[in-house]
Design a protein around this ligand. Sequence first.
Ligand code: SF4
Length: 548
Amino acid sequence: MTLHRRYIPDVPEATVKVAKAAFRKGNRYMQMRDELGTLFNDEQFADLFPNVGQRAESPWRLALVTVMQFAENMTDRQTADAVRGRIDWKYALSLELTDEGFDFSVLSEFRTRLLSSGAEARLFDIMLVGFQERKLLKAGGKQRTDSTHILSNVRELNRIEFVGETLRAALNELASVAPAWLKTVVPNDWFDLYSRPFSEYRLPQKEAERLELGERIGRDGIDLLTHIYAQTSPSELRRLTQVEVLRRVWVLQYYQDEDEQTRWRRTGNVPPGERILTSPYDTDARLSKKRGSEWVGYKVHLSETCDEDTPHLITHVETTLATAADSEVVEPIHAELKRKNCLPAQHLVDNGYGSGAALVSSHRDYAVDLVGPARPDVSWQANTEGAYDLSCFQIDFEARTVTCPQGHTTRQWYERTGSRGKPAISVQFSTSVCRACPVRERCTTAKAGRQIGFIPEPEFRALEAARQREQTEDFRQVYKKRAGVEGTISQAVGVLGMRRTRYRGLDKVHLQHLMTAAAMNLMRVVDWLSGKERSSTRVSAFARLAMA
Ligand code: SF4
């Protein structure tokens, strides 16, 4: 049977009659259907469905149901019940009152199809195109972006629980796939230690005992991997998901010393945060910190329009590892907005995004004016009255020299790779000159001469210009609009459940975020078309007093 490609049916007469009687004062989904039609059609999803086989549920209907599901933050079961039982849903979906709907598992199959075809953004993008055609979304205006932390739906584990659970997950997978093989390689005492979740054990309190337990688990993991990678073992065991996770985790958590003993990695011997896994059950979740709060999971960046003459619509959703810096997403966001024909002229962001590289690439590659406070200098000198921070030094990029506030010039100029692989420059003043300096304590605490680091000239000048602009009244007026994005973030996390992931893995979590954003856009457009006033950012009485 071919894909269900028939035209989009009108709302059945009986459904119209009953729905209009039930919702005399109007209903959002009915307004949506009346104003925007069905939003999707089957052809837009034809590549996701086989041409032969069992007749599929209409793809346009599954797409619309998925957006409505996220608009109400419902589970798959609740959603299938709503399709079966709610009159406003039947109206929006052109269903007869007697329609039985579908099994809830169809929704997860639909999401899997989107993910496996790399089409997770399709629903969101199709809706944006529709809004552009209706002149509700345009390029060239103002947009704003902000990020928030996302909590993974796996339990936070301490380090012993984490490695213990990783080994346990691999043993469980092997016990399902190759039970006879596993029995020949595991010692009997493993059944005592690895049969139950580690959260059920009372772990030792003493540091030395915890270390011994951690290293015992390390040795057991290495024994198991040695058996799995032995020539005589079935090769398919090496391809099992949890076995691969075990291998990755052991490389990151343990090393073998010169006596070939398995040891925990410790400070100074641990890989960078973006590589450190935190759970065997969600290998993309990372531990991160921001403004004093710590979380395990992801980060999401929402970009939205903020012009007065159109509804405020989310134009892009960027989901990243929790450890990714905000400034690193500016370029990908602009690339995606360009692809979607909705690049803004001005992009309002907070100081996390305003790196020199982001300022340069926004202007040079996308003709976007990135407006926001520049990243602050966090050195002790910049935060100490009277101390010599970078702004006190004269940098001559052409001559490759730097002159300090005491008039000494250095030519010790080194180009290097800075943090996160970005180009950087270091200069070093002479130790003998700095030791003899009468104002040394205002400049450096090092025994050697003052060392300073900075970024290449284009980025350096862009940051300098941004810092000057930040002091102007014009900047303050333009930048006021950025605050509204915090209301959008709060709606997404507080009302629509974006704070905690429903799924595991970056791709699935991103799909969840896209669906939530699509639902928010839909509701905003319906409100806009029905003349409902946009809610403004709430300002406290105390903040109002400051503005008076
Ligand atoms: S400590 Fe060195 S670099 Fe700093 S002001 Fe004195 S001479 Fe110049």
